[in-house]
Design a protein around this ligand. Structure first.
Ligand code: FAD
Length: 388
């Protein structure tokens, strides 16, 4: 019998396990892969300031540090968000293979048990607790828990088993492909973003430096707008721009861009991170929200165990915590994402052009959008109330 079983050892799971264990709970974290942190399905970009709220920064899992971002309109016009404008929002490119393992180790240090190559395949609630069915190399067994934290990523099985509505429509998943490319030229001080309906319909292409002449080069597209696979768009782009580049790793995955879900809890169960669609609908970034949600889930689990109350009603405290923190941003950025989806390249050119030469302050979606609304009131009038 465990107080908490955490399913999935990504950022959300490890943070939930660590927090629950630090609060004195008896915790088991299970990970279906044989190694925590691989394969990496991430461009690994994260804000310096936000990350420092959760973990002591260790150079071992920082691949690169950037000081700004370069954004390109469909017509090639460039805006540079340089250090003095980018503030703390840009920052590190992680080595997630090492980072995810480091987080899991922190959970273990706090007292959590961890087992790998073990998938959660079933849930059964009985007499106020829950039996979690586990499977490892053909062997099946059950553990009992008061609470299960489903931190099992975008295709969350725990969400479905618990009866939480986490279905994603085709229009709510950004389809991504990414190459780790070596032998390419770029300025390693900057992240790069290219927009345009021809090159990345409904999304963008990114380059996140990971060292000298090596970077994550990836694409996200909305399948509803795309005429071909994400990979084909990316191939066209890298063939043209990075002719001598060598692909040393390939990643494919989906990012939920549904926005805020109504609830991430059911009796005995909380979902955190991608499992609860906590990734940002505009940027696709989900590491920080996964860490936040994991921490909140760990805190609420400790309160629930203390009060011996594992009902959905009690666990709604967890909904309140994550919604108060970043629920509004998810809602707002979902509306903004839909607005951007409706724009043609001419409009995108106009928007990017209107930012040229402006002092943008910190590089947040909110801040950039406020500048865009001020510069283009007629184009963006209908969303102004969301941002002022
Ligand atoms: C191409 C791409 C690029 C991205 N780039 C960025 C970026 O630059 N910055 C950023 O912030 N975010 C980015 N994201 C999003 C980010 O990767 C996720 O938001 C983040 O990893 C979510 O963390 P998590 O802990 O919720 O889930 P995950 O990291 O997905 O971890 C879930 C874990 O659960 C395990 N699991 C699943 N099912 C079971 C089961 N039944 N039993 C046991 N274990 C199970 C999985 O093996 C996995 O280890 C990107 C995503 C993609 C696809």
């Amino acid at each position: 019998m465990y107080d908490v079983v955490v399913v999935g050892a990504g950022p959300a799971g490890s943070m939930a396990a660590k927090t629950a264990a630090e609060n004195g709970l008896n915790v088991l974290m299970v990970e279906k892969r044989q190694e925590i942190g691989v394969p990496v399905r991430c461009a690994e970009g994260v804000s310096k300031a936000e990350l420092a709220n959760f973990v002591e920064i260790d150079k071992k899992w920082i691949a690169a540090e950037v000081v700004g971002a370069k954004i390109y309109a469909p017509n090639g016009a460039e805006i540079v968000l340089a250090e003095e404008h980018a503030g703390n929002e840009v920052g590190y490119i992680l080595e997630r293979k090492i980072f995810d393992r480091h987080l899991a180790r922190l959970a273990v240090k706090a007292g959590a048990d961890v087992i790998v190559k073990t998938a959660a395949i079933g849930l059964e609630r009985k007499d106020g607790t829950v039996k979690v069915k586990l499977k490892r190399m053909g062997e099946e067994w059950e553990v009992e828990a008061k609470i299960v934290v489903g931190a099992d990523g975008v295709e969350s099985r725990i969400g479905k088993l618990a009866g939480i509505d986490t279905t994603l429509k085709l229009s709510e998943i950004e389809s991504c492909t990414q190459y780790l490319m070596s032998n390419i030229d770029f300025d390693p001080d900057y992240t790069y973003f290219w927009m345009g309906n021809e090159i990345a319909p409904g999304g963008y292409i990114w380059l996140f430096p990971k060292g000298e002449r090596i970077a994550n080069v990836g694409i996200g597209v909305m399948p509803s707008k795309a005429k071909k696979e994400a990979k084909e768009y990316l191939d066209d782009f890298v063939d043209e721009r990075f002719k001598d580049g060598k692909i040393v790793e390939v990643v494919a995955g989906g990012v939920p861009v549904r926005g805020e879900i109504e609830t991430a809890v059911a009796d005995n169960v909380m979902l955190a991170g991608d499992a609860a669609h906590h990734a940002d609908p505009i940027t696709g970034g989900g590491i920080i929200n996964a860490l936040k949600a994991g921490k909140y889930a760990g805190i609420v689990a400790a309160e629930a165990v203390e009060k011996k109350n594992y009902s959905a009603e009690f666990l709604r405290k967890y909904d309140e915590l994550w919604k108060n923190d970043f629920g509004k941003t998810l809602r707002r950025n979902k509306i903004l994402q839909e607005k951007i989806l409706s724009m043609d390249d001419e409009t995108l050119n106009k928007l990017v052009g209107s930012l040229a030469g402006k002092n943008l302050g910190e590089m947040s979606v909110r801040n950039i959008t406020i500048h865009l609304i001020k510069a283009n009131p007629r184009l963006l009038w209908d969303i102004k109330d969301l941002f002022f």
